[in-house]
Design a protein around this ligand. Structure first.
Ligand SMILES: Nc1nc2c(ncn2[C@@H]2O[C@H](COP(=O)(O)OP(=O)(O)OP(=O)(O)O)[C@@H](O)[C@H]2O)c(=O)[nH]1
Length: 317
């Protein structure tokens, strides 16, 4: 059939049972001449099944199909991917099927490349998800470290404001308390300070030992705490010196508290001997004075209390 040989591509003509009637030169070059009369011989097993179960039913129902993906088989047994169009037409009253094949090696390569690209994309996505998880866990760890550092900083700040022996606040904390008060009250407010020094403390150490001296300091701290209201600050100011900051207390109120302190420590004894303290009292008005002046005034009053025979409170007027 000369006109079939002139067509640009492999063409096969069969009857409606797949018996070969003609094939052109391009088809023979591609799949060989064949040895049997059925077209099945040109297809590998998988494509034969596909032809029987899908292509033929489609063709017989619709009279044609297009772009079905099949595989032909070369004479050497090699699979050749082809796109296939087929149509039933009548020639002299007899139906015959024309099969057109388009070699689709490129499509197969594109599909393989596409598949590979998809696998790579999936792998990248998995790696990204893994990296994301690692990042999240690193963030969580970082947040934990931040919390730990914050808590350590708070502990350090606490330690730097605490006297290790008595667990009272120290003199650094006193300035913080007074400064805070100065920043928060009106000019008319009045705060007072008691500067308390244990009388003849050196003798306690000398006679009963340093450990006993320490016990007295700890006991003293407890009694001072018991003498004040919440909101007042008891601090260990130095060796055997304590201070009580009384925000919003004037000189009279502070003197009352000093008396309470003397009462509280009456029961504090070493070897049946009572311990006494001397107290200097001074008051502060936020508009005029600051902590150094307050401490200087209380210290002056304390010195006077000692000079006047100890075991007493003296007010700085
Ligand atoms: N056990 C003990 N003693 C301390 C501590 N800090 C300071 N001291 C002692 O406290 C004593 C203070 O002595 P002084 O300054 O002479 O005062 P004092 O003996 O109380 O005399 P007056 O204040 O004049 O009544 C010294 O012997 C210090 O060694 C401490 O933490 N523990």
């Amino acid at each position: 059939m000369l006109y079939l040989d002139r067509l640009p591509g492999p063409v096969l003509v069969t009857d409606c049972n797949g018996r070969i009637k003609h094939c052109n030169c391009d088809f023979k070059r591609l799949a060989g001449v064949g040895t049997a009369e059925g077209m099945d011989q040109f297809f590998p097993p998988a494509s034969r099944i596909f032809l029987q179960t899908h292509a033929w039913p489609l063709l017989l129902r619709n009279g044609e199909f297009s772009e079905l993906y099949l595989q032909l088989q070369s004479e050497g047994g090699q699979a050749i991917p082809v796109m296939t169009n087929a149509r039933i037409s009548e020639v002299d009253g007899t139906p015959e099927v024309i099969w057109l094949f388009f070699v689709a090696k490129d499509r197969q390569r594109f599909e393989a490349e596409l598949l590979k690209a998809r696998e790579q994309a999936q792998e990248s996505a998995a790696q990204l998800a893994k990296a994301n998880l690692a990042l999240q866990s690193a963030y969580a760890q970082l947040a934990n470290y931040a919390v730990e550092i914050q808590s350590e900083a708070e502990q350090l700040a606490q330690l730097s404001h605490t006297d290790p022996l008595t667990a009272l606040s120290n003199r650094r904390a006193l300035s913080v308390h007074v400064e805070q008060w100065l920043g928060s009250v009106s000019d008319l407010a009045c705060g007072s300070l008691l500067l308390i020094d244990i009388d003849h403390f050196k003798q306690i150490n000398d006679r009963f030992g340093h450990a006993e001296g320490d016990r007295v300091l700890v006991d003293m701290a407890q009694r001072l705490l018991a003498s004040v209201r919440s909101g007042d600050s008891v601090v260990r100011y130095g060796g055997e010196e304590f201070a009580i900051w009384l925000p919003n207390a004037d000189l009279d109120e502070a003197s009352d508290i000093a008396e309470r302190v003397h009462d509280q420590i009456k029961a504090l004894e070493v070897a049946n001997e009572s311990i006494t303290v001397s107290i200097g009292i001074a008051s502060l008005k936020p508009c005029a004075e600051y902590l150094e002046h307050l401490l200087a005034a209380a210290d002056k009053a304390l010195y006077t209390a000692k000079a006047q025979g100890r075991n007493r409170s003296i007010r700085h007027e």
